[in-house]
Write a new protein. Structure first.
Lengths: 232, 941
């Protein structure tokens, strides 16, 4: 379901900031039990913004997490894993971020809900691997994608880590503080412009969203829908 | 009245101004016209206005000294900005500027008489004169603060738009002069990311205003070449109008630019900060019209302003001749050069000056400057022959002039280097400073490193200090300190430069000793019989230049946590209670109806069904083969043997036996416990669990899932009816799902964890669902309970209900010393376990007499005053306890509460005395807990 008929309040899973999206004139698309912003403006304009500076709310995008001394061995049977902690790796289905020796964060690929995360969750339920624990990453964190040539400069207003594209390369992970919140920053493998995934405590999603927007003032950045981010 | 620009020079002078963009601004109520690119001081100078401010102590007229924003002479008042530097603040149309620190008018300051009393106000007179009788200083302080000081703060001004930004680079180059631009290009060509910072509007440094050859052409060509090279380097980021304001460990440098503070972390730092010109010390050296030679050059080249009509140049180095040539070129009548050295140099520029017919008084000094009739500008200089270091002959000659340029020496801009731990060394032979012992990763380049090839390697004149019997030879302009003030400090025993600084306040003003440190060191050295090398200078500390509090504050970050149901509470008219970062509904309704609303919400729970958002409660998943064993060690109750599908109260103590948190431990499978914790305590509980697990190394995983799950508590006798409409995959009957049972199921199609708990003392279900489904759950439950009159209740009603039930709230009814025995919670301590955290201490405490006890009390007299939380319990005139919780219970019809009392009184039907507001005493009766439903029948329905 897409367009005017799709509204976030009609589905079960709702982003913490869906009201902001509504006020901003979002058009919606529904995927499963969640609702995503398709666009606030013309898609081509949003793509141009995404290349320069943009933010996209992906809080409901499918993701999961596994931890435990058995997690690496079990996951390795289903996907190629990053070689070391604080490194992310893209597969056809999604992104696997290794957060520690024994902890992995999985995010579905933006090109479509390919079911990468869902299938791994399903396999986990079936396999019941020893000393491997599922983590509720789909709900514990908000997920914002911040994109564009000016994204690092924007994040420099919120975070002390050097996130310049040539220093924080695709696949790099920083577990740090953003706007005084514990946060995970992942540089994705996007080709056309740098894209950073910003994950933080979901209860502070509204706060963080507005922090990013406030930091954007004067930088001509804006919020965009998922398709624009997907384009990168 | 609009003032004309009588001192403005034609192009090409004035490289910073745009003559096509005039700007009108106001100074002291008069309108002036300048050009875009002008600063306040240059525009006023163009209009022949020279007095900018009044001095701190003696209210002397002050004007341009450096034209570099490095002195306090140009401090002016803007509407929202006191102590703005007139030689930095750009003009703009409508700008309103005033002088500072005067009474009456800037021209005729009625407080200028203070200068006549200078001999009665020696250094340290504050300390000596106003400390007796006791307390008199409080009177005088008000007077002095009125008479001295700087600008006026506009307290209604609210700055906005200030922010901070982190910045990273391989090489930070501070100073955009020749050395800085060269260093930046070299570093960039070597592949480094470079940030080049300069405090001026344009790169170029001294090349922008200095004459480095007799023809006066080489500097501009050099500058143009270097600026082009910098512009051609993509790896160089240039920040102009930006001040590197300090140095901190690991090359962390705050850079102030406009409304932003950059927090820059560099791999290496190259300081190309150049030098600061110093003034000569002679009588009336502070008169407007007396300025540094580089100030005159800045006025000429940067702003196209003629600094005077008739000039004298006082020099002790070759730079003075360059200035003289500049002045001559600008049409200024250079009356004379006063050359302090014993010989005139054989330099091309000196020759050029002489060829222009300028007389040179070799071996002479300016002994005094004299003001004109209005006493606000230089009109003459009195020169004398130097007969010994700092000593002049008796015979003097007077020269008419309205401008005196001083060129007597330079000090490296050493502040950042010294903040980084470098040493400043003085060479008594060359009278110059050098910087050594730089930290790793810091380098110097250019004039700051003693490489003075731009001005022909001009050296410092060794002693440009000439005492005058009538004083007013200022060492420190900021604080009006004269030669005698420094010498008297030494004579009074403060013979160390650091002590002199603190006693006299020399170097403690806005310019932080940039122009007084060397002169003070020289005077202290002479007075104490040491050398300047031995004396040294005072410590340089950040910030280098004044920075606004708004810069330090920047963009504010105050994280706020909200549950996914937050906006439903907003829509329902919630009043908010902040708990840590969380915002919780206190009650739903108007503030003025608080008590009525809370009672109504509580009544609904007792008689029907209510709904409260409990998402803020902590949630921790403990999973793994040793999960039960872990919880047995963490909590006081036995949990390892808790059956699957059951929950148990969980009390947590620390090693000192102090109660630090509580919650409910729910067993969803043999290897999976879900433990709740208090809103404010979950972070500490989780950290504590991780700490113990790091020691015990049990086979478990501990995950803080507070944010991942949200929840509601559906409470009241009708709660089961509501839930049955939404949950069909769990048998909700009392038999199948009894009190303290836990189940997994779906509520309104949402995956849920269900817990039968009774914090408010009624049949109730906590429903925990994934966070993003929280609002959908709230909507579904509200709709399902509509027919049954369901309503939301807030934290205040919950507190009342739990108090009726006698449940404690950790942090409200406990403090940093509370142990389970004091709380009457021995029932929550397992005696069968070999260990839990705090057990040993509790065993010890059990052998000692109880010091206090938390009891329930009731006040049945409806006319009695109602105590408040923290009101004191008085026994035999002594404080023996305090009230922790209290409220009126509509259910019971009287006031109830919890209080700590002495153990002697902790028996039902005993009477306690509570001291209420204004000392009113009220008697309360000790009551056995709980107050309500002692058998727990209602929660077990």
């Amino acid at each position: 379901m897409t367009g005017e008929t799709a509204q976030p309040a009609t589905v079960i899973r709702r982003s913490q900031i869906y009201r902001w999206h509504q006020r901003a004139g979002a058009a919606w698309e529904i995927c499963g039990d969640a609702c995503f912003v398709r666009a606030y403006a013309a898609e081509q304009d949003e793509i141009e913004h995404a290349k320069k500076l943009a933010i996209c709310d992906l809080s409901l995008w499918p993701r999961s997490g596994f931890r435990g001394t058995g997690a690496g061995d079990w996951l390795a049977r289903h996907a190629t894993l990053p070689a070391r902690p604080n490194l992310a790796f893209s597969t056809a289905g999604g992104l696997i971020a290794r957060l520690s020796q024994d902890e992995y964060l999985l995010i579905d690929c933006l090109l479509g809900t390919a079911g990468f995360v869902a299938s791994l969750d399903q396999r986990f339920a079936e396999d019941e691997p020893a000393r491997t624990y599922a983590l509720p990453r789909a709900d514990s964190h908000s997920l914002f994608a911040i994109s564009g040539a000016d994204a690092a400069s924007l994040l420099a207003k919120l975070c002390a880590i050097d996130l310049r594209p040539d220093r924080f390369e695709p696949g790099a992970i920083a577990q740090t503080s953003v706007a005084r919140l514990d946060a995970i920053v992942v540089r994705t493998m996007a080709q056309l412009a740098p894209v950073y995934y910003l994950l933080a405590d979901v209860s502070a999603a509204e706060y963080l969203w507005h922090c990013v927007l406030d930091a954007m003032i004067g930088s001509h950045g804006c919020a965009v829908g998922v398709p624009a981010m997907r384009f990168l | 009245m609009q003032m004309s620009e009588r001192n403005r020079l034609p192009p090409p002078a004035g490289r910073l101004i745009d003559r096509n963009r005039p700007a009108h601004f106001h100074f002291e109520g008069k309108t002036y016209t300048g050009f875009a690119g002008d600063c306040v001081a240059s525009a006023l100078a163009a209009a022949d206005r020279w007095v900018l401010s009044r001095s701190f102590k003696y209210h002397r007229p002050r004007g341009i000294l450096t034209m570099a924003g490095q002195d306090a002479n140009t401090l002016v008042q803007l509407r929202n900005d006191p102590n703005a530097l007139a030689d930095r603040v750009p003009i703009e149309s409508g700008l309103e500027v005033r002088g500072q620190n005067y009474r009456g008018s800037l021209e005729r300051d009625r407080d200028a008489f203070v200068g006549l009393l200078a001999r009665f106000l020696p250094v340290g007179f504050y300390y000596k004169a106003f400390y007796r009788p006791r307390g008199v200083w409080n009177y005088w302080a008000r007077y002095f603060r009125r008479k001295t000081g700087l600008g006026v703060i506009n307290e209604s001004f609210r700055p906005d738009g200030f922010d901070k930004q982190y910045l990273h680079c391989d090489v930070l180059v501070v100073g955009g002069g020749r050395a800085g631009m060269t260093a930046a290009c070299e570093a960039a060509m070597a592949g480094h990311e470079v940030v080049l910072v300069d405090e001026n509007p344009e790169l170029g440094g001294a090349l922008n205003y200095l004459r480095i050859d007799a023809a006066g052409e080489r500097a501009a060509a050099l500058r143009a070449d270097l600026v082009a090279r910098v512009a051609g380097q993509p790896k160089i980021r240039v920040l102009t109008n930006a001040t590197a304001n300090g140095w901190f460990a690991d090359h962390w440098v705050p850079i102030i630019q406009a409304r932003r503070m950059y927090k820059l972390r560099a791999g290496q730092v190259v300081l190309c900060t150049g030098v600061l010109e110093q003034h000569a010390v002679f009588r009336n050296n502070d008169l407007p019209g007396v300025m540094m030679s580089t100030a005159a050059q800045r006025l000429l080249r940067l702003y196209g302003v003629r600094p005077g009509r008739r000039a004298v140049v006082l020099t002790g180095n070759d730079q003075g001749y360059a200035v003289a040539l500049d002045l001559l070129e600008a049409g200024v009548d250079v009356t004379a050069i006063v050359e302090m050295r014993s010989q005139m140099p054989d330099a091309p520029m000196a020759t050029a000056v002489r060829s222009r017919g300028v007389s040179v008084h070799v071996g002479h000094a300016v002994y005094a400057a004299h003001p004109g009739r209005r006493k606000d500008h230089i009109a003459q200089v009195e020169i004398r022959r130097i007969v010994a270091q700092g000593i002049c002959a008796a015979k003097s000659e007077r020269l008419d002039c309205d401008l005196l340029c001083m060129s007597v020496g330079f000090v490296p801009c050493y502040q950042l280097a010294c903040q980084a731990g470098a040493r400043l060394n003085y060479d008594d032979e060359t009278a110059a400073f050098g910087i050594t012992d730089l930290p790793r990763g810091m380098r110097l380049a250019g004039a700051v490193d003693g490489r003075r090839d731009l001005d022909g390697g001009s050296s410092n004149f060794r002693w440009p200090i000439f005492a005058h019997p009538r004083g007013k030879e200022f060492v420190d302009f900021d604080e009006d300190l004269q030669i005698a003030d420094i010498l008297n400090s030494v004579h009074e025993g403060y013979d160390n430069v650091q002590l002199v600084k603190r006693y006299s306040t020399c170097g403690m003003g806005p310019s932080q000793g940039r122009h007084s440190a060397l002169a003070m060191a020289r005077l202290v050295a002479r007075a104490s019989g040491t050398t300047v090398a031995q004396t040294g200078v005072t410590t340089a500390r950040p910030p280098f230049a004044a920075e606004k509090l708004a810069h330090c504050a920047g963009r504010s970050f105050y994280p706020a946590s909200r549950s996914s149901m937050h906006h439903r509470h907003v829509e329902a008219g919630a009043q908010w209670l902040q708990v840590g970062n969380w915002y919780r509904p206190a009650w739903y309704g108007a503030r003025e109806e608080r008590d009525d609303v809370i009672r109504r919400e509580a009544r609904r729970v007792r008689n029907g069904v209510g709904l409260i958002d409990v998402s803020t409660l902590g949630g921790i998943d403990i999973r793994g083969p040793d999960a039960g064993e872990f919880l047995d060690r963490i909590y006081t109750m036995g949990l390892a043997l808790l059956p699957v599908g059951k929950a148990r109260y969980a009390l947590m103590t620390n090693e000192a036996g102090v109660v630090i948190d509580d919650g409910v431990a729910c067993r969803f499978s043999h290897e999976h416990f879900y433990v709740t914790a208090t809103t404010g305590g979950v972070g500490r509980v989780f950290q504590s669990m991780l700490k113990w697990q790091a020691q015990w190394r049990l086979d478990i995983d501990v995950a803080n899932v507070t944010a991942a799950w949200c929840g509601v508590n559906l409470a009241g006798p009708d709660s089961r009816c509501v839930l049955e409409r939404l949950c069909t995959d769990v048998d909700l009957s009392a038999q199948a799902f009894p009190y303290m049972g836990v189940r997994s199921g779906r509520v309104a199609g949402i995956v849920a964890r269900l817990i039968r708990v009774g914090f408010v003392g009624e049949l109730g279900f906590e429903i925990h669902v994934p966070q993003h489904s929280g609002e959908a759950l709230w909507d579904a439950v509200t709709e399902a309970g509509h027919e049954l009159g369901i309503g939301a209740f807030g934290v205040e009603a919950q507190r009342l209900l739990r108090l009726e039930k006698g449940h404690v709230i950790i942090g409200q009814d406990t403090d940093a010393m509370s142990n389970p025995r004091e709380l009457g919670m021995q029932w929550a301590i397992s005696k069968k376990k070999p260990f839990f955290v705090g057990q040993r201490t509790l065993d010890e405490l059990a052998r000692r007499p109880l010091q206090r006890r938390l009891i329930g009390f009731a006040i049945r007299d409806a006319d009695a005053p109602v105590p408040a939380e923290s009101h004191l319990v008085i026994e035999d005139g002594k404080i023996t306890g305090r009230v922790t919780s209290v409220c009126f219970s509509e259910t019971l019809g009287h006031v109830i509460g919890l209080a700590y009392v002495s153990p002697r009184l902790a028996r039902p039907d005993m009477s306690i005395s509570i001291r209420c507001t204004a000392g009113a005493m009220v008697d309360a009766q000790v009551v056995k807990l709980p107050f309500y439903d002692p058998d727990g029948a209602r929660q077990s329905l």
